[in-house]
Each structure stands twice: as C-alpha cells, then as structure tokens.
Design a protein around this ligand. Structure first.
Ligand SMILES: [Zn+2]
Ligand SMILES: [Zn+2]
Length: 465
C-alpha cells in the first residue's frame, strides 16, 4: 500500500489540505507579483526585499525590475512557485509518468530542465526515505533537436553545441538522465532516401519566409513527438514562456489562425500522440534569463537564424511594447487566455490505482469541464491545428481532396505554393508521418462531418455563385 501523508513522516506526498495551502500560497505569490508596482514606492524606501522584508534585493537599480524588488531566494522561490503551481494544478506530471524535456539550449528550456530536475530529485529523495516503496518516481529524459542541416553550420560548430548540451545534462545531479540528440531530418523515415537532401528541397520549395519558419517549427514538433513516442515517454515538456506565447498570439492573429489559437495558449495540449505541457507559461523570458545568470545555469548559443517575415516583425514589436510597459506580454497572454480552450487542452483523467487519491481529486477540480471547451475532430495535416467549419467549407468539394491532406488557411497561404502543380511536388517532399497522422486523426470523423455540412457543399457542376 502507498504510504499516506498522515502516517509517513518523510513527507512523501502532501495531504489534500497541504496541497490547498500550497495553491493558496502560490496565488498569493502571483497576485503579490501583480500588485508589486503599486506598493513598490512604499517599500523601496526600506531597501529590503519586498517579500521576506529581511534580505537585500538582488540589485539596487531603480528600473522597477524584479531584481530591484526581490532578494535572490525570493526571486527564485517565486519563479519555482509559478512552475510548481502550473504542474500541480494541471496534473502535468503524475508519479507513473515518463517526461521528455525539450531542451533547445536557450534560457527558458534551461530553467524548465532545472526545475523538472529539482522536482525529480525531491520525489526521488522522498521515495528513498519512504519505507514502503510502492509509489514510483516519474522518469525524466532530455531531447535536443539538431537543426544544423537546415542552417548549413560548419560541423565543428555543431559538435561544440552538442558537446555543451551533453555537459549540461551530465552535470545535473544523479540519477543520470537519458539525452537524445535528434537530427531534424529524422522526421523522414530511414528508408525514404537522404533526409537531409529531402528536407533542403522541401524548405527551398516554400517561397515565403514566414511559411518556411512555420514549417520548420511544425517539423521540430514532429521530431520531438517521434523521439518521445519511440522511447516510451508519455509527456513532452516545453519551456515556452509568456513572452514566447505573447508573440505567438499576435502572429497567429495576423496569419488568420484565430480559430485554432486558443489551443496553443493553454498549459496542456493533448491533441498530439504525446501530450505537450507548458509549465513555464506564466514566466517572463526576462525572469528566466535572469535566473540563469544568478544561478550560473549554463545555456548554449542557438544554431538558428533570427526570425524574419511576420514572426520577426511581431517579435520586435512585442519587444518594443514590453520596453514601454513591462506588463504588456502578460496582458496579451491574459487576453488570449480568455478564449475558450479545446477539449484536448487537458490531461485525460487518470484511472489508475497507483495514482494517489489527492492527485486524482486535484485533477478533477482544476481540469476543464466539457461544457467549457470546444471540440474539434479535424486537424490540419501540416501544422495539426484544429480546423474550423469555414476551413472545411473553403474546400470546394470535400471528396475531391484526399481526406488526409486537408490543411488550414494559414498553411495554405504561407506554406503551400499557389501553383497547383507545385503543390503536388511539395506533397512528395513532406514527411510521410504527416499524412499518416492526419489519416489517423481525420478519417473516422470525415463522413460524419460531411453529413453535418452537406447542405453547404456544392455538388458537381454547380456554380459557386
Ligand atoms: Zn526575500
Ligand atoms: Zn496548418
């Protein structure tokens, strides 16, 4: 039997009450952070950390940043508190889970890796201290997507980056974590010829700079999903932070992805074979970079070109907004957060006797109710966005299209060539996995959907007007 918190002194798992206190604590921390600017003036005079009121703040500059308000411990505690709250209240990681952390080498995913590692170490300590070791400790692995083939980087530079990534993962305290170096061209099956050449041809076939970047982003996710699935992971953890998501909100708006946007801004995204979780959704890029600096967390220079096109424009626009008012990114995120999420924006409820009752209860309480979410059964075969009715109606005749190759309007405009003959050529360059996934996702729902929109479809020979 599992040891219950009341009987075991090793604090293996917290009681329901303690969990609630934790959550309350954290809410206080969050609202505390939000209210700081108003109380800043009163407290700055004392020259002490606003939270503990005992230690000196990290720095004495007067730009109103976190380093001027918090001491190191409170700053770190506040950030970890946001992470832990996101993980716990969305049931992101259960004791039986196997979590793959996507590590790009940048500050956000470096902090994500560190926090998961700390959580893992603590769970392991509790496990070791507990006499009855019936409860498992979740597993952790790390994946790094090597995109050097896309950017034609000299091999010695790539080797250095990969060496640095290895060092970072090896230097985390034991137990050691499996590291997967995933070449981006691994999205192609090994028997489909030279993946590097095919990938290069594919990207060259997309003339729009924004489309190329977006396609690469989708391929990166495909590569991560593949490595997670092949190695027995059941969660993919990304380091996406507020700043990153705020940029996505604006660029998605510009690209006409309004319908699918709510799916991308939640803590959990289970439309994928391996559900994706975003525990740093409430942290700012600036905070995460600062933590890396303060704690000496080594990061790696990314092998990526700077964004161009819509993504680049939006990113510099958000940076400008943020300079003018440091809460802009959070405001964008909160606004988008009001959109109704989809049914897949939650972890399926666990029905496993291994999982503690407290975890299950917590899950029930914080998870979305079905009447508070949208359901969508068809997905874009390129980017996996849920498709709206109008996306489907825009296909003049549903049956003339292969059911596995229906795509959203954004992919249609940004990625697919305008000339129909080039479209077919591009299709031959796309990874087979995309078509397989779409077939699996869409096929069952297609006939039902066709029936649903029957009246709006044009029959053979019927004119559009
Ligand atoms: Zn403090
Ligand atoms: Zn799409």
């Amino acid at each position: 039997m599992a040891c219950s918190a009341s009987a075991c002194q090793s604090n293996c798992y917290k009681t329901q009450q303690e969990e609630e206190e934790d959550v309350k604590d954290n809410n206080n921390t969050n609202s505390f952070a939000a209210n700081i600017s108003s109380s800043n003036n009163n407290n700055s005079n004392s020259g002490l950390c606003l939270k503990c009121k005992a230690n000196k703040p990290i720095s004495s500059n007067s730009d109103g940043g976190d380093d001027a308000r918090f001491c190191i411990d409170c700053f770190r505690g506040n950030l970890f508190g946001k992470f832990r709250f996101a993980v716990n209240s969305n049931a992101m990681i259960a004791p039986t889970d196997n979590v793959l952390v996507a590590f790009s080498g940048g500050p956000s995913s470096r902090v994500a890796l560190q926090f998961v590692h700390e959580m893992h170490s603590k769970a392991q300590k509790n496990f070791d201290a507990c006499r009855d070791r019936s409860l498992p400790v979740f597993g952790v692995g790390v994946a790094f997507v090597d995109e050097s083939s896309v950017y034609s980087v000299p091999s010695n530079e790539t080797d250095k980056v990969i060496g640095d990534v290895r060092l970072i993962v090896e230097n985390l305290a034991p137990p050691s974590k499996e590291l997967y170096i995933v070449p981006i061209e691994s999205v192609y099956s090994s028997d489909s010829g030279d993946g590097r050449v095919r990938l290069k041809k594919l990207l060259d076939a997309v003339s729009d700079a924004t489309g190329r970047e977006d396609l690469l982003l989708h391929l990166r996710m495909l590569a991560l999903q593949k490595v997670a699935s092949q190695n027995g992971y059941n969660r993919l953890l990304l380091g996406s932070c507020v700043s990153r998501i705020a940029c996505h909100v604006l660029s998605a708006t510009v690209k006409g992805q309004g319908y699918s946007l709510p799916a991308d801004v939640q803590y959990v995204d289970a439309r994928w074979e391996i559900p994706v979780v975003l525990p740093l959704r409430d942290c700012l890029a600036k905070e995460l970079t600062m933590l890396c600096r303060l704690d000496g967390l080594k990061t790696v220079e990314l092998i990526r070109s700077p964004c161009t096109g819509i993504n680049g424009l939006v990113s510099s626009f958000v940076t400008l907004l943020q300079e003018e008012n440091p809460s802009r990114e959070c405001t964008i995120m909160r606004t988008a957060g009001k959109l109704i999420p989809f049914h897949f924006n939650k972890i399926e409820e666990i029905d496993d006797s291994n999982v503690l009752l407290a975890t299950r209860r917590r899950q029930k309480r914080y998870n979305l109710k079905s009447n508070e979410s949208f359901s969508s059964e068809s997905f874009c075969f390129i980017c996996n966005s849920p498709l709206s009715r109008s996306d489907l109606l825009s296909l003049k005749n549903l049956e003339s299209h292969k059911t596995s190759s229906v795509c959203c309007s954004s992919c249609q405009f940004q990625i697919l060539p305008q000339d129909p003959s080039s479209v077919n050529e591009l299709y031959t360059l796309l990874p087979e996995q995309l078509f397989a996934r779409a077939k699996h996702d869409n096929l069952d729902h297609y006939s039902a959907l066709r029936e649903q929109i029957q009246d709006c479809l044009l029959s053979e020979g019927e004119d559009e007007t």
